[in-house]
Structures are given as structure tokens and as C-alpha cells.
Design a protein around this ligand. Structure first.
Ligand code: HOZ
Length: 461
């Protein structure tokens, strides 16, 4: 036996080492394996594998994630990875994922039917809630998306004024409306097509582009074209190049220029409406537009949009007036119920104060991380919308031209480290992150800790 043992022991040792070394050579299973498999299938069926470009994660060097569920501040992918989520469906989920009250309202409504092609009382209820919060929205028309809201508001502005020209901001993104896909932010910039092919020059010939926060540029455009300008459309706080707030007096000056020229001022509050303040950016900043475009939060996470404003203008919309606009699913009761429940909860609680506290905590933490790592970052925030810009020297971003100077390779690395560590942010430098009422102090502190590691990694790119 001792003799056998002398031969057996080395043999067993050899076998163990061999097995271990073979194991080492087997490639590890990716923690995103199921998402990767789904993305491969999706790419065969859908352009870029997605239903909307920013979801592809292409610009940050990753494959799309496929999501299984969301709960509160967390989103869980099909591989079971859980992330603290700051995409929050790009804004609508101010209460967090799967809020029980919103779920209950939608479930109750669906038991009565999902769409009628006829009027339902819930449209009146939501319209009244919006008007109470935003007095400038004297009348409203519900549609199904922010894109539709803007497209319809532009038609109305042209119908009301009898003029053709629309002024927009460089980097402003108002959905994929033909005439406004000129120097457009959000996914259009992320994917390198700020002015899309497929749009005839005759359509964009009526669009004038100026820089946000550049008052002399606005004055000049009105001096040259004033009597032909139907409307100026702007996000009052830009969110589609990342968060950029207006400089003191800028929106007020736009208001005056429009009034003097007989043009309309349209605020695209699809992102900021009910997000930055209970009365939207117009309430926060004290500037009243003629027309307002809404979406996202007013649908509580279901597809919705709306445009509204002065009664004399809105009464031109068909069938009250001749400006035609329609939609089979517009004002559908499911979205109305989700919106009503969301707005009711926003009214009844101290959510905006809590969001401000969370936002400030994240802002301060990201700034400290930037200092600790000597990573040049400008952290820009309004309430629960925030963007850390990887700008040269960490200088403030005040318009589209500034945003374009940001270090996208550093951002991509930052994104990847956050993702792998369990924090999901929008996969683009040109988007806002959204904090919800469900995010806890612990979530935010975890984000800050990870952000420091991510900035350190970004510095090495
Ligand atoms: N409108 C969203 C915020 N920029 C982007 C979402 C998307 O394009 O899918």
C-alpha cells in the first residue's frame, strides 16, 4: 500500500492540476449572456436591434440590456443583474418603477376596457389637474407621445399666426419631428445624425436654429425674420443635451421678443413638466409660454403626450377650429388613469422636497468624486434631473456647442464601470439622469462611491 500510495499521490496531484488548468481556459460565462443572446436575435429582426436608438448602448461600447422588471429605484435585467436606475424610462417614472397605486389604477381601468374610440371622463379629470398646476394651459389636447405633441403644436402655431418660420435651439430635441431634426440633441447627436437624412430641404428651410442662452443670436433672428416667425420652440431647461439651465433673463427676453413680433413662445416641457416643479419649468422660472408640450410624467409611464395653452389659440384645433389633428388612441383611459394617479400622489406628498434633497446629495457627491479623482466634470442639475458633463477642464456647459466638446470616450468608460457595478445611467453624454421618489439615501451614496471608481477609470482612457 505505501508503494501504491507513492505512485498514486503524484498522479492525483497531476490530475487535479490538469483539471484546474483546463478550467482556467474555459471562457467565463458573461454576466450579460441572456441579454447578449436576445440582442443577437433582435438585431436580425429590428434595425440596430432596438425600438429606439438610445437603447442600443452602441455609443458606449456595450450591447443593449434586456429588462425583465423594475421595482422602486431598481431595474433588473434578464440575467438577474439588478441596477440602481437613473434612466427611469427617460423621465416618466418620478414615483419609481411599478408603483403600487399606479399599477392598481391601470389594472382597475383595464378591467373596464383599454380604449373606446370615444370620450371618457378620465380625460377631463387629467386635463383639469394639469390646468390647475399650469394655469397657462387653459385648454389641452391629449396625444400619444411628445413627438406628436410638438408636431401638433407647430402646426397650430403656424395656423394661428399664418406664418411659416419656426426658431429652435441647437441641440434641442423635440422628438423625431421632421422640421426639428436639425442640429437635434438626444439620440440624434449620440448616434451622430443631428440632422437626419430623409427630410426634404423644403421642410427644414422653415427652421431657424440659434444657440441656447445666446440672446444676441435670438435678437438677430428676430431683426431679420420677425414678421415671418410663427414660433420659438425651446425646452425651458434643456435636457436633451444633458441638463442645461437658462441664464438669468434669457427666457424672459425670448418672451418679449416673441410678443413684440407677434410670434408664439412654445415650451417643450415633455421632460421638465411635473419634474422640476409641480408647475413645470414655467412655474419654477416664472415665464409663461403661449403653448406647452407635455408627455412622460402626465402618463405615469404609459404612452402619452399633450399640447395646450391659450384658449384663443387652442380653439383653432379641430373640431372647434380648422387646424386638423387626431388620434385613435389619444387620451386613452389607461394612460389617463396612470397619469391621474401619478399627479395626485405628486400633489399630496412632499415628493418635490425629497427629490431636491436626493438631487443635491447626488450633485455634491459627484462633485466631490470629481475633485478626489481630479476628473474634469461639470455636474449640472435642476431638481431631480442631473448630468455630469465630461467637459474640458470641467467648465460649465451652457449650450450645444459646449456639450459637443465633452470627452465621450471618458463618458463611455464611466458608463461601463457604473453598469458593471450595478448602476444604470442613460448611455449617452447628451441625456439627463432622472432621480425618482423611490431612490433612497443608500442608493445615492452607493452611486457616489461607484462614480468615484468610474471617474478614476475614465481618467485612464
Ligand atoms: N426622449 C428621450 C430623452 N432624450 C430619449 C428616449 C428615446 O429617444 O428613446
Amino acid at each position: 500500500m505505501p508503494l501504491l500510495g507513492r505512485f498514486l499521490q503524484p498522479a492525483i496531484l497531476f490530475a487535479a492540476c490538469y483539471t484546474l488548468s483546463m478550467k482556467k481556459k474555459t471562457p467565463p460565462v458573461s454576466r450579460y449572456a441572456k441579454s447578449e443572446a436576445l440582442f443577437a436575435k433582435a438585431r436580425d429582426l429590428m434595425p440596430g436591434g432596438v425600438s429606439s436608438p438610445v437603447r442600443s448602448f452602441k455609443s458606449v461600447g456595450r450591447d443593449a440590456l434586456f429588462i425583465q422588471s423594475g421595482e422602486g429605484p431598481a431595474i433588473i435585467d434578464v440575467d438577474g443583474n439588478s441596477y440602481i436606475d437613473y434612466v427611469m424610462s427617460y423621465g416618466p417614472l418620478i414615483l419609481g418603477h411599478s408603483h403600487p397605486a399606479v399599477q392598481a389604477a391601470v389594472a382597475k381601468q383595464i378591467s373596464h376596457g383599454s380604449s373606446f374610440g370615444c370620450c371618457s371622463a378620465s380625460e377631463i379629470e387629467l386635463a383639469a389637474m394639469i390646468r390647475q398646476a399650469m394655469p397657462a394651459v387653459e385648454m389641452i389636447r391629449f396625444v400619444n407621445s411628445g413627438t406628436e405633441a410638438v408636431m401638433s403644436a407647430l402646426r397650430l402655431a403656424r395656423g394661428f399666426t399664418g406664418r411659416s418660420l419656426i426658431v429652435k435651439m441647437a441641440g434641442g430635441y423635440h422628438g423625431h419631428v421632421d422640421s426639428l431634426l436639425v442640429q437635434a440633441g438626444s439620440g440624434a447627436t449620440t448616434h451622430g445624425h443631428p440632422s437626419s437624412p430623409g427630410i426634404p430641404e423644403s421642410v427644414t428651410a422653415n427652421t431657424l436654429v440659434i444657440a441656447f442662452n445666446d440672446l444676441p443670436a435670438a435678437q438677430e433672428v428676430f431683426t431679420k425674420f420677425g414678421p415671418q416667425i410663427a414660433a420659438v420652440i425651446t425646452e425651458p431647461i434643456m435636457g436633451n443635451i444633458g441638463v442645461v439651465t437658462p441664464q438669468a433673463g434669457y427666457l424672459e427676453a425670448l418672451r418679449k421678443l416673441c410678443e413684440a413680433a407677434g410670434a408664439l413662445l412654445i415650451f417643450d416641457e415633455v421632460m421638465t413638466g411635473f419634474r422640476v416643479h409641480p408647475s413645470g419649468a414655467q412655474g419654477l422660472l416664472g415665464v409663461t409660454p403661449d403653448l406647452t408640450c407635455l408627455g412622460k410624467i402626465i402618463g405615469g409611464g404609459l404612452p402619452v403626450g399633450a399640447y395646450g395653452g391659450r384658449r384663443d389659440i387652442m380653439n383653432l384645433v379641430s373640431p372647434a377650429g380648422p387646424v386638423y389633428q387626431a388620434g385613435t388612441l389619444s387620451g386613452n383611459p389607461l394612460a389617463m388613469q396612470a397619469g391621474i394617479t401619478t399627479l395626485r400622489l405628486l400633489q399630496e406628498t412632499d415628493i418635490y422636497q425629497r427629490l431636491e434633497v436626493s438631487g443635491k446629495l447626488l450633485e455634491d457627491g459627484l462633485q466631490q468624486s470629481a475633485q478626489a479623482t481630479s476628473c474634469p466634470v461639470s455636474v449640472q442639475r435642476c431638481g431631480s434631473m442631473i448630468t455630469p458633463f465630461f467637459s474640458p477642464g470641467g467648465t460649465a456647459v451652457k449650450n450645444y456647442a459646449d456639450a459637443l466638446t465633452c470627452d465621450q470616450a471618458a463618458f463611455a468608460k464611466f458608463f461601463q464601470v457604473l453598469l458593471d457595478g450595478g448602476v444604470l445611467i442613460p448611455p449617452s453624454q447628451f441625456e439627463a439622469w432622472f432621480i425618482s421618489a423611490a431612490h433612497t439615501e443608500k442608493d445615492i451614496k452607493k452611486t457616489i462611491t461607484l462614480a468615484e471608481q468610474a471617474m478614476r477609470a475614465a481618467m485612464r482612457t
